[in-house]
Design a binder for this molecule. Structure first.
Ligand SMILES: [Zn+2]
Length: 95
């Protein structure tokens, strides 16, 4: 029983660290997962591991970002695929 509690704490910590370091999911998904993990603790962490990676397997490679058009976080205009800097305001999501 103690082992289960320790494992759930480890899974919980890993889920929180993993979630915070992810840059491939938007803020809304991040907050949703944060709430799930905080409210359901170990179960939330397990849910995070089960569903967050299965839904978008390509997320594992963070360099995928530049191969798809994205939206500038600063001015909202579209950043074309293959670029990491906004043409409009020179904002870069690598900065
Ligand atoms: Zn911009």
């Amino acid at each position: 029983m103690y082992l289960l509690i320790i494992l759930s704490f480890i899974a919980w910590g890993m889920a929180l660290i993993g979630l915070c370091s992810r840059r491939d999911i938007d803020v809304h998904s991040k907050i949703s997962w944060l709430v799930v993990i905080l409210v359901f603790h170990g179960i939330g962490a397990i849910l995070y591991f089960l569903f967050s990676s299965n839904r978008e397997p390509e997320d594992l490679d963070s360099t995928d970002d530049i191969y798809a058009p994205t939206t500038c976080m600063q001015c909202g205009s579209e950043i074309p695929a293959g670029k990491d800097t906004c043409d409009n305001c020179k904002w870069s999501y690598k900065a």
